[in-house]
Design a protein around this ligand. Structure first.
Ligand code: PEP
Length: 248
């Protein structure tokens, strides 16, 4: 059995003062809950080192939101996986749909970033998911399958986490039906087993897209849903703890 992971993606939100939310999250997780679920916050890269210092006092893991594929070099404004690791991060999100859409990141780019994460000793949280048009065209599984084939490097269950995030559900309040989530997660599991064998059978597959405390329990109970990637509801500790508490 995988230990579930609930990871919060702050996106381009938060200032130093927001880090007190990490204290509050840490304080809201008792030993019993800590035994059930891993909890992570991915703040903007400029806050990662400070967040790690905060999180060291609690059980909250800290991750980055993106990394460059190279370890260092002439890439103004970019952050490498090695830099995130050096700052104390445990993981990095790659291939988020906002990166794919806003920065033209292809599966090839996402795979290179995931490989960089593994090289640096970080967990790669690799995001996949279909757009509304693709779902309406009935091509969800085809899209998800090709993103998996193109974005996920070889690796172990300890190194790779998949986040299935339907693009149309991100930040919209729209959530797929439990049956739709079950269908895609079962498909992702089958694909991972085919590509990564026994490790693929153990990899955590997160659901992301408008997860809230009110729907977390139902979504987290779906077979092959091994946690959540949470955007908006991760910004405030009370909201986020309501989601983590689904594993209590
Ligand atoms: C996300 O951006 O990864 C996400 C799931 O956002 P939200 O929870 O706000 O839909």
């Amino acid at each position: 059995m995988q230990k579930p992971l609930v990871a919060g993606n702050w996106k381009m939100n938060g200032l130093a003062a927001s880090l007190e939310q990490i204290d509050l999250i840490g304080a809201g997780i008792d030993d019993a809950l800590r035994a059930q679920v891993d909890v992570m916050i991915c703040p903007p890269s400029i806050l990662v080192a400070q967040a790690v210092r905060k999180a060291n006092e609690s059980s909250v893991l800290i991750g980055g939101q993106d990394c460059h594929a190279m370890a260092s070099g002439a890439h103004t404004g970019d952050v490498s996986a090695e830099m995130l690791k050096d700052a104390g991060a445990s993981a990095v999100i790659v291939g988020h749909s906002e990166r794919r859409a806003d920065h033209g990141e292809t599966d090839v780019v996402v795979k290179a970033k995931a490989e960089a994460a593994l090289r640096a000793g970080l967990i790669a949280i690799i995001c996949i998911g279909e757009t509304r048009a693709q779902r309406e065209a009935g091509s969800t599984l085809g899209i998800v399958g090709s993103q998996l084939a193109g974005s996920v490097p070889p690796g172990t269950a300890g190194q790779i986490v998949i986040a299935y995030e339907p693009v149309w559900a991100i930040g919209t309040g729209l959530v797929p039906s439990v049956a739709d989530v079950a269908e895609v997660h079962a498909f992702v599991r089958t694909q991972l087993e085919a590509s990564h064998g026994a490790e693929g059978a153990k990899m955590r597959i997160l659901y992301g897209g408008s997860v809230k405390s009110s729907n977390a329990r139902a979504l987290m109970s779906v077979p092959h849903v091994n946690g959540a990637l949470v955007g908006g509801a991760s910004l405030m500790a009370a909201d986020f703890l309501g989601i983590v508490g689904a594993y209590r």
